[in-house]
Each structure stands twice: as C-alpha cells, then as structure tokens.
Ligand binder design. Structure first.
Ligand code: ADP
Ligand code: MG
Length: 605
C-alpha cells in the first residue's frame, strides 16, 4: 500500500476516474443481468443507472454512488480487502522499474488510489443476494466489515465515502471535480451527476423602505438589476414591487455527454475526442495519442459498428501471456448494451494488440454469453474486423513518408502526411511481433500480413525495409535470401554472406527468436521463394567451373566425410557460396538452422 501511495503521489487526481470506472463497470454488470431478468433492476431510484457524486465540505467527505451490481460481504472481502491480489505485485514491480503510473487501471488495483486523497474510506454496498454491508479501512493494512444498520438503504449498489486528508482539500471544490470528470471520464456510458451549487435568479418582493432595500440587496444580490427598478418606479400603477436576486441552490448537474462515441458520425468526432475515448477505454491515461484508429459501420447480413485503436505503446504483458491467455481487448456491446470484455471470438489472438469496441445489431440481446459465442454472425464479424484492422495498419505504413512506396507523392499529399514521419517504425517496434505471429497463425491473411513485415538487411542501411522494397531492388531471380541469428552485428560477419554480398545480392537479417517459426510458415511472397542462406541448396546462378572442381576435389571430400563420421555430417561438398572463408557448416534443407537449434536448447534448459 505504501509503495502504491508513494509512487502515485504526484498523480492524486486519478482516484476519481478509477472510482467512476468501477461504478461504470458495476452498472454494466447489472444492466447485463437485466437483459434476461428485468426484476434484478428493482424500482424507483434503485433502477436508475447513473453515477452520483456528492461533496460534504464541512465533514470533508466526497461520496461516489452507483446503483450497479453492488458487492456481497464476500465480494467486499475478496475485491477490496485483499491487497495481495495478483495485480498488486505486478503493478508494484512495474513501478519500481520505471513503469507508467497512468496505467494503474490496467492492473486491477485502481481502487487503492482512494488512499491518495483519503485517510479513511467507507464502502457501503448492497448486492441483490445479500444484506447491506459497510467495509471500512484506514490505509493501515487492516479493514472491518459489518452489516449496515445505520446508513440509508441503497436498494442496490455501492457508495464510497472518502474522508479526505487535509492536503487533499482541493477535491472539495466543485470546479475541480468537474474538470476531472471532463478530462478523464467524459466517455463513460452512464450519466455522471454532481450535486452542485447553482446560482439562480429569484423574484422577491421589494421592500418599500429604501434603507432596508439596500441592505437586502447587498446581502443577497450580486448584481442588483437597477433597470427593472426604474421601470416600476416610473409606472403609475401601484403593483407590488419585486426585484431579482441571485440565490444559491443545489441540484444534480450532468457532467458528461452520454452519447456513445462509436454511434456518432465519424465526421463529427474530433481527433481529440477519439484520443480521450481511447484513454478511458484502454485505461491508459498517458500523454500519448493512439497511433491510429478505424471507426466504421458494417452493413449487410451482419450489422455492427466498431471503433478500433492501435495503442501508442504495447501493454506490459502483451507477449508475456500470449500463449496462455485468450485476452481480448474488444468490448462487445449488443445494441448499446455492454455484454462483455472477455469475448474472444471477435479477433484472433495476434490482434489482441488492438483496443476497441464492437456494437452489434445482429446478435440477439436476451441470451446467455455462451449462446452468443455460438452465434453464426460472429464469423463474419470477425472476418470484417480483421480486414479493417489490417487495412488500418497498412494505411499507417502508407502514410509514413519514411516508408518505401512505389508511388510518387504530390505536394498536397506530402503536406497531409506531415507529422507522420517514422510512425510505422514506431508501430513496428511496439507491435512487429504481432504481425509475425499473425503470419504464423492466419493462413488466410498471410500475404496481407507479409506486406506489413519489416526487417533490416544487408542493403537497408540501418533502416527498416519491406518485402516490396526488397523485390524492387532485387536482381532477376526467384529467391528472397535471408539469414537468422541472434543479432545483426553477429550476422554481418557471417561467412554465409561473403559471396552473396560480393555478387550484390540482398540478404534479410532475422534476429528475433520468433523469426525461425515465422519462416517455417512464410514460404513465398509474390511468387518468390524464401531461401535461408545458411542452409543447403543455395543456388547463385550457373557456375561452369563447379562441376570440374567437384571432380578434382572428390578425394578430399570423401576423406573428409569419413573422418567426420556419418553421424556428424550428412555430406561434404564443394560449393561456390564462400569467398574468403575456406569452409562452413550448413544445415540440411529441411533441418533446423543452427540458430533454431540454439533457441530450442535455451527453451529446454
Ligand atoms: P478493477 O476495477 O481493475 O478490477 P479495482 O481495484 O478498481 O480493480 O477494483 C477491484 C474490484 O472491486 C472490482 O473488480 C470490483 O469487483 C470491485 N468493485 C470496486 N468498485 C465497485 C463498485 N462500485 N461496485 C461493485 N464492485 C466494485
Ligand atoms: Mg477499477
């Protein structure tokens, strides 16, 4: 707890958006249950799906209340009482190695941010399956729970009361809270209300007595409206005199615009709004904008609206948990109702880099999640989403002036792409692995994905090149040459390159362990075959002398093979692949490359 508090201290503001986000999650959950059972919503105020914020300046309390799903006693213990949740240690570890605090919401420890501003917190909660309970804790590592017999019954939902620390008094200012909601929670899909003071004009009977009138107006009215007074004085009739004064009242003020961004016309949504929506969707409140997004409507047999984002950075665990998780980052809505964010039938694993939402008009509303998972429209939805996602990434590359392109750009196009320099390299650094995993996993889109592939090569001069670029400068022939290894520096010295470089062939460097797997799936591109230059079978055009050489060295090669024993080598051959180095060991055509053997060894050790 101390680590969390200390590491977040400069960022106290975040507590509000974390609580609002929890309230919104809880409201989503009850609305989802209500799809199949209207009764769960209850009646009157209890059925109001909204978030309410109230301030008590005297007692220095902020309270945030929702009529969401609520928590049973057990939930309170499990969800709020256990600081040793798995996310806690992951978060703490990340913070100690210089992680971004703005990402706290992604670790499932957002609730604890309340202790940035409060030294004592009460959580009053009522779940349909249990009585109302109060959880309370001072940031000292212990908590208490009791059945609530003294607060007003909530009906259902959760009220969180923060008893503010002295140094957090600024959060008792309404304007401060309004700003925070605007900044971080504008796109929450439930209305957020603040119990706010408001000045209103009130007509009060004017006093005939001059002196007392002055007294009155100086007391209540900031701007006495003198013109009205004159008018009545001029009038003949003696109607009762009134005057307008300002009075303060309190009422619920709506702080956000609940029209969902994805339902709006893309032409009417600004870049900034997309950015902000991304931040709240991804719980990523860093300063960076998403790299790109795609907002579209699918029509026809299967109808849905979708908004997909490529985040500015890969999340901390994108590849760590890749093979054993099915984590989807798409939120599924059916006709504006949130259904699930753990619905993994919408995108293949390799696109779990994307964040976004899909709002289906085709899926049925009142069936269970399991039944939705089998629905026939999902296949088409998935196919369309993949297509759009890959298009979006392709565009990111096409708009980047640093990228290779056959197309000459007009001046107008050039100015439109101002500021997009280097954006694809950035994408590649963060998410290149996803593209590679896609090539491995998605045979249907393999070629599309191969277009997105970037690498360094013997001719790329420290920059990233694409396969199209490789082909554009390749000599007539059918092979794309590559070599695998653990680093570019190591590969540059490889004897396998000698002859190829001499003959001006380009060779791709693949230095990521995943590349070995990649090249087992990527056999060809645009009719060209891939050829690993460290393997047997490299052909560099006809060499008439080779046959004679083979003949005259036959005695040596035969002796050599015998000396090495057939258990160690398959064959010993004369070849023209070298230039300076006298000999090399190559892998057989269908065997593992030396690099692959190294990778396999490091995995089994
Ligand atoms: P996260 O929201 O990422 O799960 P938090 O630390 O913000 O992590 O919240 C922990 C858990 O406490 C939530 O997952 C939820 O189960 C529960 N919770 C928090 N606030 C509420 C609320 N207002 N209503 C219902 N449950 C809540
Ligand atoms: Mg949360």
């Amino acid at each position: 707890m101390d680590i969390i508090i200390n590491s977040l201290y400069s960022n106290k503001d975040i507590f509000l958006r974390e609580l609002i986000s929890n309230a919104s999650d809880a409201l989503d959950k009850i609305r989802f249950l209500a799809l199949t059972d209207k009764e769960v919503l209850g009646e009157g105020d209890t059925a109001k799906l909204e978030i309410q914020i109230k301030l008590d300046k005297e007692k220095k309390i902020i309270s945030i209340c929702d009529r969401g799903i609520g928590m049973t006693k057990e939930d309170l213990i499990k969800n709020l009482g256990t600081i040793a949740k798995s996310g806690t240690s992951a978060f703490v570890e990340k913070m100690q190695t210089g992680g971004d605090l703005n990402l706290i919401g992604q670790f499932g420890v957002g609730f604890y941010s309340v202790y940035l501003v409060a030294d004592y917190v009460e959580v009053i909660s009522k779940h349909n399956d249990d009585k109302q309970h109060v959880w309370e804790s001072k940031a000292d590592g212990s908590f208490a729970i009791s059945e609530d017999t003294w607060n007003e019954p909530l009906g259902r939902g959760t009220e969180i009361k923060l008893h503010l620390r002295d140094e957090a008094k600024e959060y008792l200012e309404e304007d401060k809270l309004k700003d925070l909601v605007k900044k971080y929670s504008e796109f929450i899909n439930f209305p957020i209300y603040l119990w706010a003071t408001k000045e209103v004009d009130v007509e009060v009977p004017a006093d005939e007595d001059e002196s007392s009138e002055e007294e009155e107006s100086s007391k209540f009215s900031l701007y006495p409206e003198s013109s009205e007074e004159e008018e009545t004085e001029e009038g003949e009739e003696k109607r009762p005199k009134t005057e307008t004064v300002k009075e303060t009242t309190t009422e619920w003020e709506l702080l956000n615009d609940v029209k969902a961004v994805w339902l709006r016309n893309p032409k009417e949504v600004t870049e900034e709004q997309y950015s902000k929506f991304y931040h709240s969707l991804a719980k990523d409140f860093g300063d960076d904008k998403p790299m790109c997004w795609s907002h579209f409507t699918a029509e026809g047999d299967v109808e849905f609206k979708a908004l997909l984002f490529v985040p500015p950075k890969a999340p901390h665990d994108l590849y760590e948990s890749y093979y054993n998780s099915n984590k989807s980052n798409l939120k599924l809505y059916v006709r504006r109702v949130f259904i699930s964010d753990e619905f993994d039938e919408l995108l293949p694993k390799y696109l779990s880099l994307l964040k976004g939402i899909v709002d289906s008009d085709t899926l049925p509303l009142n069936v269970s999640r399991e039944m939705l998972q089998q629905h026939s429209s999902l296949k088409t939805t998935k196919k369309k989403l993949i297509r759009k996602a890959l298009d979006m990434i392709r565009k990111l590359a096409e708009e980047d002036p640093d990228e290779y392109s056959n197309k000459e750009k007009t001046d107008e196009e050039k100015s439109a792409i101002e500021g997009k320099k280097g954006q694809y390299a950035k994408f590649w650094n963060e998410f290149g692995k996803s593209v590679k995993l896609g090539i491995i996993e998605d045979a249907t889109n393999r070629n599309r994905l191969a277009k997105l592939l970037r690498f360094e090569s013997t001719k790329s001069e420290g920059k990233l090149a694409s396969l199209d670029e490789y082909i554009s400068r390749m000599k007539p022939g059918k092979d794309i040459f590559y070599i695998t290894g653990s680093s570019k520096e190591q590969l540059e010295k490889s004897p396998f390159l000698e002859r190829l470089t001499k003959k001006n062939y380009e060779v791709i460097f693949f230095t990521d362990p995943v590349d070995e797997y990649l090249m087992q799936y990527l056999m060809d591109y645009e009719d060209k075959k891939f050829q690993n230059v460290s393997k047997e079978g490299l052909k560099l055009g006809k060499d008439s002398k080779l046959k004679d050489l083979k003949e005259s060295f036959k005695e040596l090669t035969d002796w050599w093979k015998k000396a090495l024993d057939s258990e160690n080598v398959d064959s010993v051959k004369i070849s023209n692949r070298l230039h300076d180095t006298p000999c090399v060991v190559v892998t057989s055509k269908y065997g593992w490359s030396a690099n692959m053997e190294k990778i396999m060894q490091s995995q089994t050790l």
